[in-house]
Write a protein that binds this ligand. Structure first.
Ligand SMILES: [Zn+2]
Length: 103
């Protein structure tokens, strides 16, 4: 998918349509990191340390790109920076696309 570098878009700070720069950003933090059953919290609790098989809390080998069958595309979010006031607005709605090219 081709994405332009600039667009005319409404700026809530200027309260009018202005020219804005588009920047592609990742979808952000990992989901469910604050839940009790999450691995990040379990590791802080001290699980998954020591020798031997750690079972659920042990390190898992990385699943290679070729083994993965579902989700061949990633979601991307866009950051809009106003050229007039210089403030940025983040569009949370991610679009699933294979390859992002900025013209
Ligand atoms: Zn603005």
């Amino acid at each position: 998918m081709k994405i332009p570098k600039k667009t005319n878009r409404f700026c809530p700070y200027c309260n009018k349509k202005t020219e804005q720069k588009i920047k592609l950003v990742g979808t952000g933090a990992k989901r469910g990191t604050l839940t009790r059953g999450s691995i990040s919290r379990a590791k802080k609790r001290g699980l998954g340390v020591g020798i031997g098989n750690k079972g659920k809390w042990g390190s898992k080998p990385a699943v290679s790109k070729f083994k993965r069958k579902s989700k061949t595309t990633k979601k991307t979010n866009m950051m809009y920076t106003c050229n007039v006031c210089g403030k940025s607005k983040y569009q949370k709605k991610g679009i699933r696309m294979g390859k992002q090219i900025q013209e």
